[in-house]
Design a protein around this ligand. Sequence first.
Ligand SMILES: [Zn+2]
Length: 500
Amino acid sequence: MKQWQKLAGSVLFFGFVIFSPIARAEEVKITLLQLNDVYEISSLAEGKQGGLARVATLEKDLKKTNPNTYTILAGDCLSPSALGTAIVNGQSLAGEQMVAVLNAMGLDFATFGNHEFDLKYQQFLKRLEESKFTWISSNVFDKENKPFPKVEPYKIITIPGKANTTVKVGLIGLTLDSNPADYVTYKAVIETARQQVQQLKGQVDIIIAVTHLALAQDQELAQTIPEIDLILGGHEHENIQQWRGNDYTPVFKADANAKSVYIHYLTYDTQTKHLTIESQLKPVTDAIPDDLNTAKIVKQWQDKGYQAFRAQGFAPEEVIATTTESLDGLEASVRNKSTRLTELIAQAMLNAVPEPDLAIYNSGSIRIDDILYPGKITQYDVLRILPFGGEIMLVEMKGSLLEEILEQGIKNQGTGGYLQTANVQLGPDGKTFFINDQALDPEKTYRVAINDFLMKGKETGMSFLTEQAPGLKVIGKEKDIRQALMDQLKLTYNSKAINR
Ligand SMILES: [Zn+2]
């Protein structure tokens, strides 16, 4: 449909791009500010990284230079976050804080991430209602296959050029189905995109897919639908830039929690129909001042949330430990394997109860879906890791019951029902279990540290696991799992005498 000139986005320059020195009247410039996977409204890493008030400053500066600036969020913002679990006026915030801040920041468009559907239906509808920005989703619908209220299947923006020209930009939104809720219908990503693009073709000059997909799906999208000019994605949490397909469609993802944002400078020549894209990954650091209005809203919500946590006995700002290694809490990791973070939680459980043989918890209790890089870790970070909390229980159970639980845990791989453990080993055959290097004995009784959620019989395939289960006896309920993890972090990182 048109000719392309997609330039490689360069990562390491900051400031503004100088285009051709002889500006032609037909060149229309559009600036896109992209962020994705934003769970926290304030900055992280001791205030050094991220922070939506800083993004708001960037946005204002870009708008001063080019009024045709649009801010786009490529999914995941309403959940999960520690602040979202804070109970204010008898209800969890559940993303209310995020919508308020994104409104204040001046977000223009967003598509759904998989985590938007962590919310209960009524919470989700309220967030849509509160949003001053436009949600775009081409493939996610309600149970009756209808669009959710105020959600558009695509959006056409008309950008005025000089000399009576206009450039039309078509936006589509695509989301993967990894956290399906019972109130949602997902349509096939590639097929839906193809249909949507066919519809837009001829009506618009530029087609942009705002996606929240796994990278492989974004690549497929770029390869199979050449009409898409630019893919602004999310989900991986680490910045990515790739070019795929015969016409080198760029795929961009910024870092989670606005640790970075992407700025895309588009120049469209209405005469030649050339599109040039120059992209800059911009780290969001304390070098960028806060936008005062947005900062005020951030502070209001943070104060509300922190007050709720203090009422529960937490001191959110307190630094617990300084870690020397990365703690991986990404769902893609913890729902499939153990990481240093899952080991620390399991160890914390062992240390919280007297004479345990092993520890078990569901990986779904880890909600941070992020990596904590080496550095100071606060109580708030622990609330981010385990926002639901809950008691660690000590139970005695027969080996046969334990085996059944562990087997189901493996069947649940890839979901929150995948079990994390301490002192449990899996044999090379992939089905024989060892407890402390001894083959699991179905007749023996084991002392198990287990999180209280698992004892409620609500985990996938584990309805048999309750306090009344035959072969099981509750010995005691110990401390909250968040407190146990804080103690463990202190023990592991604050004392050189302790070896791990
Ligand atoms: Zn995601």
